[in-house]
Design a protein around this ligand. Structure first.
Ligand SMILES: Cc1cc2nc3c(=O)[nH]c(=O)nc-3n(C[C@H](O)[C@H](O)[C@H](O)COP(=O)(O)OP(=O)(O)OC[C@H]3O[C@@H](n4cnc5c(N)ncnc54)[C@H](O)[C@@H]3O)c2cc1C
Length: 370
């Protein structure tokens, strides 16, 4: 087995928020080592435009040193005999008459029978397959030294300092959200939304009366936000992670979906080669990757619709969600408070469908964690 990575070191540079669900580890058979952890997260908290807060305490997770985690996993794979071709970019893919794939890289040509593509939404494999571009939103991540950023300025109280805080403001962060995560000596502040996320973040800080200071460390990229595409297996090609648009940033997010898809794909490929020895053709085993992954709770259409509902709510509806939330230790929504709020803000009735969908999605989140 061979892995091609265009950078010199897998996992570097780190662009992402590095939030990982607890589900990424024991359930996927990966030991969570202390050396990966920057911060533990006690849960997630949604902050509404008028700074009400909605908690989900079952969603414990971590802010990790993602580069260390990836180099740990790469070293384990190498020990098991996987060959890494680092600093080598896949440029083009072709199919030969014998059914094998021919990979053209920046350094040479290689043949393979089964191809597992985890090279993101700009993947050359997607181009070979002639697939449509995956819709994405711009995202940016700022790191402020703790003493230079006051989270209360965007509605994050000191008691919520160890939560993954997601901030909603449909006018300032259209179609997305901002986030504030603890990150050791730093506070991580980010945004993913339509338009320019850096301007949105600046506007959010200024809206709450904060001065905007560009931090020394700024990274970013784009995130596919619509959840998985319907087809993830094309003959003997399996699309993983962002190459399959497996990101629903509100819920299980990209890191978990990427890791889960890799685990299910690895099992499917192993079964393909084992079965081939006995039966000749065993393409059906590769197809199982798609059915298993798409039926996993994390990829549920309900979660996808719940996240879209959340991005589409008006300020009033978001505030109602916050007002109806129970306290930090209990988390979740009080249905009585929700109805009382609706009585006081009848215009939100128009969004009842979205709120109901969101509430149903939240139950899945409560059961499974973020
Ligand atoms: C600002 C920001 C913050 C985010 N925060 C979070 C968060 O807190 N939690 C979370 O879960 N998700 C977060 N995400 C999303 C998350 O980073 C991605 O969804 C996740 O990393 C997807 O994994 P992947 O393996 O599909 O793709 P990537 O992590 O992009 O990995 C693709 C790999 O393929 C390599 N590659 C690409 N093209 C080629 C080629 N042609 N040849 C060889 N190698 C190639 C790349 O170098 C890279 O190593 C964030 C994203 C951004 C942009």
């Amino acid at each position: 087995m061979a892995v091609f990575e265009r950078t010199r070191e897998p996992g570097q540079p780190v662009r992402c928020g590095c939030g990982f669900s607890n589900n990424c580890f024991t359930p996927l058979g990966i030991p969570l080592q202390d050396e990966f952890i920057i911060n533990r997260l006690e849960g997630i908290c949604f902050v509404t435009p008028s700074l009400f807060r909605y908690y989900n305490n079952t969603s414990v997770g971590y802010i990790l040193k993602k580069d260390i985690l990836i180099s740990y996993l790469a070293a384990k794979a190498e020990q098991k005999g996987v060959r890494f071709f680092k600093n080598e970019r896949i440029i083009k893919v072709e199919r030969e008459k014998n059914g094998k794939y021919l990979l053209h890289s920046s350094r040479g040509k290689y043949r393979c029978e089964v191809m597992v593509d985890g090279s993101g939404f700009t993947s050359p494999v997607r181009s070979y397959l002639g697939l449509a571009a995956i819709p994405t939103l711009g995202a940016v991540r700022f790191l402020y030294p703790r003493e230079e950023f006051e989270p209360s300025g965007v509605g994050v109280t000191s008691e919520d300092a160890n939560y993954a805080n997601f901030i909603f403001h449909p006018k300032i962060l259209p179609g997305g959200y901002g986030w504030v995560f603890p990150m050791g000596r730093y506070v991580q502040v980010g945004a993913v939304c339509r338009g320019n996320p850096t301007s949105s973040l600046r506007n959010l800080l200024m809206h709450h009366g904060n001065e905007f200071q560009t931090p020394a460390e700024v990274t970013g990229g784009r995130i596919p936000c619509r959840g998985p595409v319907d087809k993830l297996v094309y003959d003997k090609i399996l699309l993983l992670g962002e190459s399959g648009s497996l990101v629903n940033p509100m819920n299980y997010a990209g890191n978990y979906s990427g890791m889960l898809s890799a685990k299910i794909a690895a099992d499917a490929v192993r079964r393909y080669f084992n079965n081939k020895k006995e039966d000749g053709d065993s393409s059906i085993k590769l197809k199982e990757y798609e059915s298993k992954l798409l039926s996993h709770p994390s990829q549920s259409p309900l979660l996808r619709r719940g996240a879209s509902s959340l991005y589409g709510l008006t300020e009033k509806a978001l505030d109602l969600l916050g007002k109806a939330s129970r306290n930090r230790s209990r988390g979740g929504l009080s249905i009585m408070k929700l109805w009382l709020g609706l009585f006081r803000a009848p215009s939100v009735l128009r969004e009842l469908g979205h709120l109901r969908e969101l509430n149903r999605a939240m139950l899945v989140l409560w059961e499974n964690g973020w």
